[in-house]
Write a protein that binds this ligand. Structure first.
Ligand code: NI
Length: 155
C-alpha cells in the first residue's frame, strides 16, 4: 500500500466524470487499499478515486464508527429521503468548510472488492459522507452546493 497525492480544487481532473469499473483486477484492489490509507493519513472520512487522479467509480468511506471502512465500487444511490443541512469539508478543498443540504437517508447499490453486488442503507452523517463521495465521481465538489463557505478555523 502507498499514499497517493490528493488533487486539489482547481485541478481539472476533479471536474471530469469517472468511468465504471468493468473488471476488479489487482490494480483496482491496490487503488482501494491506497485510497483508504491516504484517507486515514489525512484524517478524512471519505475519498473518491478521482481525488487521487483515477477517473474510476470507486469510493471509500469511514466515518469513524464501529462499522469501520466501507468500499463502494460503481456506487449508485437508488433511494433517498429526508433533508438536513450540516457543515462539510473535503480533502480536495483543505482549509475550507461550508453548509451543504443532503438527504438524511440513502440506499446505495454497489459492488464490493469480490465483485459481489450489495445494497446498504445509510442514515445521517454516513449518508452524507456517501453522497459527498459519489458526487466526486460526477465531478461535483461540495463547494458547488455549499453555503457560507469559509476558512476552517485551525484548532
Ligand atoms: Ni470530498
Amino acid at each position: 500500500m502507498s499514499l497517493r497525492n490528493v488533487r486539489k480544487l482547481g485541478d481539472e481532473l476533479l471536474r471530469k466524470k469517472s468511468r465504471k469499473i468493468e473488471v476488479i483486477d489487482d490494480r483496482i484492489l491496490e487503488l482501494l487499499d491506497d485510497m483508504a490509507e491516504t484517507m486515514y493519513s489525512l484524517d478524512g472520512v471519505g475519498l473518491a478515486a478521482p481525488q487521487v487522479g483515477v477517473l474510476r467509480r470507486a469510493v471509500v468511506v469511514d466515518i469513524g464508527d464501529e462499522n469501520g471502512l466501507h468500499e463502494f465500487i460503481n456506487p449508485e444511490i437508488v433511494e433517498q429521503s429526508g433533508e438536513d443541512v450540516m457543515t462539510e469539508g473535503c480533502l480536495s478543498v483543505p482549509g475550507s468548510i461550508g453548509e451543504v443540504k443532503r438527504p438524511t437517508y440513502v440506499k446505495v447499490r454497489a459492488f464490493n472488492r469480490k465483485g459481489e453486488e450489495f445494497e446498504l442503507e445509510a442514515h445521517d452523517y454516513f449518508a452524507r459522507a456517501i453522497c459527498h463521495e459519489v458526487d466526486h465521481l460526477d465531478g461535483t465538489i461540495f463547494v458547488d452546493k455549499a453555503e457560507n463557505i469559509r476558512p476552517k478555523e485551525v484548532q
